[in-house]
Design a protein around this ligand. Structure first.
Ligand code: ADP
Ligand code: MG
Length: 693
């Protein structure tokens, strides 16, 4: 239950003076529907009205504030012409321009012969300086009414800056004085103010740097947000540690045999990761471990050895894949390894006939089947196990902590291994996976075929299509990735469907399409047709990221590569060069390329190290865009920006650890204030845990 002290903050913005249902709807779009959403929307910039240039000095194109004398009014003779007010100072003239003006009003605020402080965007109009609809007109006697530093908020069509600013002022007056949840010595050392004071500084800035990410007010508020995040993860982790686990410790015999059967040796990175996993499994606490590693780094094999370890100690293991086709692929690659050491393995899939399905399920329930492979969906429906000891979740970077918890709630709590092929920068891993232990496989098996990466402007599309035709003639397969599904007026991106029609007109039935708006059965069918070779060219939106192995795919074309995140492009590139032929990755971009986009694409050409790319991506783009998609499972921060507040994040993590150790139920005075913080950021995962236990 939300503490009553927070209620005013969670009121609808429509309750603010001057905000009707129409404006409220726009605000909901730009910031959020409630007062707290407004307050936690930091300004994106600042208008500085502290400088006072003369009419001669003032530069057209800038927002300026001048002290001008009103010389005369020139009401418009015709309806369509604007009303003009001619002003000057000793150095020159400036004309104020008003459309649809109310004469009596203008005569009142701009009396002839008097001076006024005028602030607005200065324009050049046929050699003359003019300001259309000034932002502010203030009597110099009341100069303090002119805000010297005005915040600029993110807007949406129809929503004005002044409306936002006014609403923000009203919202500020709703902000209660909350109990301090930060540690007093830390607060003093940082020279931070209290929460309400910091909010006020953020929205009523008193200097040019007051809203910057490095400003004390912004840092304080960012730390609040990060602490709420880290405290939640720490509480989840602590609760999980309390849940009884089991000791899974085999004699190593099966694993030794399985290793001896491999035609290669495990890499050092695989060995180290397995050691970490085995130590977790052998301990009485429940394992919740994330394995990060690039595409092709050998995660699946690591998962296999972990599952064999579970089998050695008499338990069953399950491997959950995100799609049917991936489940089939895992089965195909792991079955021979399992068979060779006498471990029974079965894949449960949606395409099983009723009889086969019943038989498999029976085998699983009775414990004859040691390792089960299936889709997430299937496991969520419920599969009865004889004794499930280990669950491996493949490619789960799209899951947030909330979903992971939901999954864990489903049944008894086996050891859990999550595998992701999206390397995440260390700082981000803390925010997204802080509830888990993390292993990283940074080394790839030897003998990988390199993928050549080239960047090509879209204007040279014809050459690219010719290259694709040559590859197809040689019997090779090609992926073609487009960023959007439908043509949109706003973002004129080449849509997958348009490109599909075009390429189909040229290459015929060898061309297929797969995109996010298709049913999962239709997606699977298209992927399978490509995987089995019936299709030679697959047009796709980024759904193919999820990772299907088509060993014959030698090239991938990415349109509008400048729109993708580095990590995403790297993932896509990982789709080719998986067989015995080297791969090519053609990144098509729309010129001219911005500096950041240029830098990103060139890093991609230089490096095939997913971890390095992820760090660079964070540095270049900021955390918000990192995975390029809202459902990435990454927490979204409103005030904090992990690309600049990384140090604060680490401090928040340490603080959270200490809190959970010293006051796990949040009962102390600070603890109760921290509970308010969790409610403020709506960390229901944490507040539910606290009220349950
Ligand atoms: P990931 O799941 O990380 O994408 P996989 O486990 O599917 O990677 O491995 C990719 C390929 O590399 C597979 O064909 C696998 O057999 C092979 N492989 C895995 N580990 C090694 C190794 N240590 N040495 C050589 N090849 C390996
Ligand atoms: Mg894999």
């Amino acid at each position: 239950m939300r503490p009553s002290i927070l209620h005013p903050l969670f009121a609808d913005v429509v309750t603010l003076p001057g905000v009707g249902p129409k404006i409220a709807a726009l605000m909901a779009k730009a910031a959020g529907p409630r007062i707290v959403d407004l307050l936690l929307t930091p300004p994106t910039g600042l208008i500085d009205r502290s400088q006072r240039p003369t009419a001669a000095e003032a530069e057209p194109g800038a927002r300026v504030t001048m002290r001008l004398k009103v010389d005369s009014h020139d009401p418009s003779p015709a309806k369509r012409r604007p009303y003009k007010v001619l002003c000057s100072d000793p150095t020159g003239f400036v004309t104020l321009v008003f459309f649809h003006a109310r004469r009596d009003y203008l005569e009142k605020v701009l009396p002839v012969g008097e001076e006024r402080l005028i602030s607005g965007l200065l324009e050049d109009y046929g050699g003359a300086k003019q300001i259309a609809h000034p932002d502010h007109i203030v009597d110099p006697a009341h100069a303090d009414e002119l805000p010297l530093f005005e915040p600029v908020y993110p807007l949406t069509a129809g929503l004005h800056q002044s409306t936002m600013t006014k609403a923000m002022g009203a919202a500020l007056s709703h902000a209660p004085d909350l109990p301090e949840w930060q540690e007093t010595t830390w607060l003093a050392a940082q020279r931070w103010t209290g929460w309400r004071e910091a909010l006020r500084t953020l929205h009523r800035p008193d200097g040019p740097g007051a809203t910057a990410p490095s400003s004390p007010a912004r840092q304080r508020l960012a730390f609040d947000e990060l602490l709420a995040n880290q405290l939640t993860l720490a509480l989840v982790r602590a609760a999980r540690r309390k849940a009884p686990g089991r000791i899974l410790k085999g004699d190593g015999e099966l694993r030794r045999k399985a290793a001896a059967n491999l035609p290669f040796k495990l890499t050092d990175a695989q060995r180290v990761t397995l050691k970490e996993i085995n130590a977790d499994m052998a301990s009485p606490e429940r394992m919740v471990r994330l394995v990060q590693g690039d595409v092709g780094s050998g995660k699946t094999l690591v998962a296999f050895f972990a599952m064999v370890a579970a089998v050695e100690s008499g338990a069953q293991a399950a491997l959950m894949a995100p799609t049917e086709i991936l489940a089939h692929q895992h089965m195909k690659s792991l079955a021979p390894l399992a068979d060779a050491v006498g471990v029974t393995i079965e894949a449960l899939t949606g395409s099983d006939k009723a009889e086969a399905r019943a038989a498999k399920r029976n085998g699983v329930a009775r414990g004859y089947v040691n390792i089960v492979i299936g889709t997430h969906a299937l496991f969520q429906e419920g599969v009865e196990f004889h004794d499930l000891g280990l669950v491996v979740v493949d490619e789960q970077h799209r899951f947030g902590v909330r979903q992971r918890l939901a999954l864990a709630d489903k049944g008894p709590q086996p050891d859990t291994l999550v595998m992701t092929a999206t390397p995440i920068p260390r700082t981000l891993a803390l925010t997204a996976y802080g509830d888990m232990d993390v292993s990283a496989i940074r080394e790839k098996p030897p003998g990988r075929k390199p993928v050549t990466t080239r960047t090509i402007p879209l204007e040279r599309l014809d050459e690219v299509i010719a290259a694709v035709a040559r590859a197809m003639d040689k019997g090779e397969q090609v992926y073609w990735v487009c960023p959007l599904v439908e043509e949109s007026d706003v973002v004129a991106l080449t849509a997958a469907e348009t490109r599909y029609e075009e390429l189909r007109a040229r290459f015929g039935d060898a061309v297929g399409i797969v995109h996010g708006k298709m049913t999962s059965a239709a997606k699977d069918a298209a992927m399978r047709a490509f995987y089995e070779g019936a299709l030679k060219l697959l047009i796709a939106t980024t759904v193919i990221e999820v990772g299907v192995d088509a060993p014959n795919a030698t090239a991938i074309v990415v349109e509008h590569a400048e729109r993708f995140g580095l990590a995403q492009l790297h993932q896509l590139r990982g789709r080719v060069g998986r067989g015995d032929k080297p791969g090519a990755c053609l990144l098509l971009y729309k010129s001219p390329l911005g500096e950041t986009a240029k830098a990103r694409l060139s890093i991609l050409r230089e490096s095939e190290d997913g971890f390095r790319l992820a760090e660079e991506d964070l540095r270049l783009r900021g955390a918000g865009d990192l995975l390029g998609s809202a459902q990435s499972g990454m927490p979204r921060f409103r005030v904090a920006d992990v690309s600049v507040h990384g140090e604060l994040l680490k401090a928040a993590r340490d603080d959270a650890e200490l809190i959970v150790r010293s006051d796990p139920k949040l009962k102390s005075e600070r603890g109760r204030a921290l509970l308010t913080l969790l409610h403020l950021f709506e960390r229901s995962e944490a507040t539910k845990l606290l009220s349950a236990g």
